[in-house]
Write a protein that binds this ligand. Structure first.
Ligand SMILES: [Zn+2]
Length: 256
């Protein structure tokens, strides 16, 4: 079995959403965690999770939303957090790749959502692009110890990874590991399996040999294969460990 800890399965991305879900469930992927990132996708993630037993939602406001989010939007998020099947806050974080002109606003939004995670004991799913130092400093300062989470599409150094492990963070590994000449594979080799979960980030970051096409959760099998090769482990073991890590992190009711 596999758990896709990070995907964006919504009608804006797929006009055959239910088929995409079915294809995943028929191909070894047993649990999907759909990550919202704005008001619309948060709402749809919750609706989809309510429709399927093995789909869960995390909700939050992505850093690209930072300039738009008002107090009322955070109140709405807080109300939605109480809903059944909402297991965490994310995708939240910092992204200085697209713009670093609103760093302070991004940081403020990130911190406010971490404080909500603290208040409601929810784990977090964190996006960090060109902002790893600030991401670390904020998590270290504001996240309470019992709140854990995933650094999605981890792409930084081993040294930083070790610091994040001390904060209770796991690493989301996705399609990038299958790309030619990717730099993260050498880091992953040295990270213990107990800190790794798998993700597709569908519809983005499609693994090789389908790079360029639209990603979907059933391609998670290709990522598991690549990780098994990288770690010189049996693929079934990789599936089992990464799934157990995800199920344990979110305390999901699923026997592995
Ligand atoms: Zn994402």
């Amino acid at each position: 079995m596999l758990v896709d800890t990070h995907c964006h399965i919504e009608s804006d991305n797929y006009n055959d959403k239910d088929d995409v879900i079915k294809r995943a469930f028929n191909n070894n992927v047993k649990i999907l965690i759909i990550n919202g990132y704005d008001k619309k996708s948060n709402k749809e993630a919750i609706e989809t999770a309510n429709k399927y037993e093995n789909i869960y939602a995390t909700i939050g406001y992505h850093p690209s939303e930072a300039d738009k989010i008002a107090i009322d939007d955070l109140k709405l998020l807080e109300e939605q957090l109480m809903m059944n099947k909402v297991i965490g806050i994310g995708e939240i974080g910092l992204d200085y790749y697209w713009t670093n002109e609103n760093k302070d606003i991004q940081k403020e939004l990130f911190i406010k959502q971490i404080l909500l995670a603290n208040k409601y004991n929810k784990n977090i799913i964190v996006h960090s692009r060109d902002a790893i130092e600030d991401t670390y400093e904020i998590l270290k300062k504001y996240k309470k110890e019992s709140v854990k989470g995933i650094l999605h599409n981890y792409s930084s150094s081993l040294e930083m990874a070790e610091k994040f492990i001390k904060l209770g963070m796991l690493f989301g590994i996705g399609g990038v590991v299958t790309f030619k000449n990717n730099k993260i594979i050498e880091v992953i080799k040295k990270i213990s399996m107990e800190y790794i979960v798998l993700e597709t980030d569908s519809p983005y970051l499609t693994p090789d040999p389908y790079r360029g096409k639209k990603n979907e959760p059933f391609y998670l099998n290709l990522i598991a294969n690549k990780l098994a090769e990288t770690k010189a482990k049996d693929v079934n073991e990789v599936c089992e460990i990464t799934s157990r890590n995800a199920v344990t992190l979110f305390d999901l009711n699923y026997k592995i």
